[in-house]
Design a protein around this ligand. Structure first.
Ligand code: 13P
Length: 258
């Protein structure tokens, strides 16, 4: 019912030659037959979005940005608009990644993230909205409340009509870049909760929205996570920077896809 999506978040990695080479290797390992069952996307740094679109053309590999700014245009030095991301051929944009919520200088709050989600969709992009609890929140038993809050705040005023309007990514902050992935049971619990909350907020479209897992996903742990009923793919950081490991995760998604 939901076509799995395996998306690579390259974060601030690779250079132009490395980006082109990686996409070339992904093209070689991603057949039309695979593309019919599992969607693949890469999200390079902003300056490499256009070359990535060119390198991926005709392959079925989608390209996304890692962020955007919600205003349409104007005096916002250093920012890029949703229309610009769309203009160069991207179809996805990651919004509210935990590194933007918690790590990078000007920390993003839920209101800003909501404005970005809405701007992305208005421009015809599919936002990949990231939500997830910190270690302290998990240890404090607040995980499900945090997810409800971030989801609710993230999609306020965002009309959901189809799966193109939203992808969710559950990324427990403690699992990102740590090598310590959520267990399949922890992932399933969080994903099922997010889907139930999305159903409450947006209705039956919740059954069509893909919910990706992100946080130390690798070929070795991908299968057991991806086979959970409410896990519809992965948002992959470190393991997306090498064709072998990223394609290993794509193969694991293929094995669980109907
Ligand atoms: P890692 O796969 O490196 O843990 O990163 C996950 C992530 O943040 C994807 O957005």
């Amino acid at each position: 019912m939901r076509k799995p999506l395996v998306a690579g978040n390259w974060k601030m990695n690779l250079d132009l030659a490395g980006a082109r080479k990686l996409i070339g290797e992904l093209r070689a390992g991603y057949s039309a037959e695979a593309a019919a069952k599992v969607e693949v996307a890469v999200c390079p740094p902003a300056v490499y979005v256009l070359p990535a679109v060119e390198a991926a053309r005709g392959s079925g590999i989608a390209v996304g940005a890692q962020d955007l700014y919600f205003e349409a245009s104007g005096a916002f030095t250093g920012e890029i608009s949703a229309a610009m991301v769309k203009d160069v051929g991207a179809t996805y944009v990651i919004i509210g990644h935990s590194e933007r919520r918690h790590t990078i200088g000007h920390l993003e709050d839920d209101r800003m993230i909501n404005l970005k989600v809405r701007a992305a969709r208005k421009a015809g992009l599919t936002p990949i909205l990231c939500v997830g609890e910190t270690l302290a929140e998990r240890q404090g038993g607040q995980t499900l409340d945090v997810l409800t809050f971030q989801l609710t705040a993230g999609i306020v005023g965002h009309a959901l009509g189809s799966e193109a309007d939203l992808v969710l990514a559950y990324e427990p902050v403690w699992a990102i870049g740590t090598g310590q992935n959520a267990t399949p049971q922890q992932a399933q619990e969080a994903h099922a909760h997010l889907r139930a909350e999305l159903r409450r907020l947006a209705g039956p479209v919740a059954d069509r929205v893909r919910i990706l897992y992100g946080g130390s996903m690798k070929p070795e742990n991908a299968a057991e996570i991806l086979e959970q009923p409410d896990v519809d793919g992965g948002l992959v950081g470190g393991a997306s920077l090498k064709a072998d490991s990223f394609l290993g995760i794509v193969r694991a998604a293929l094995a669980t896809a109907t």
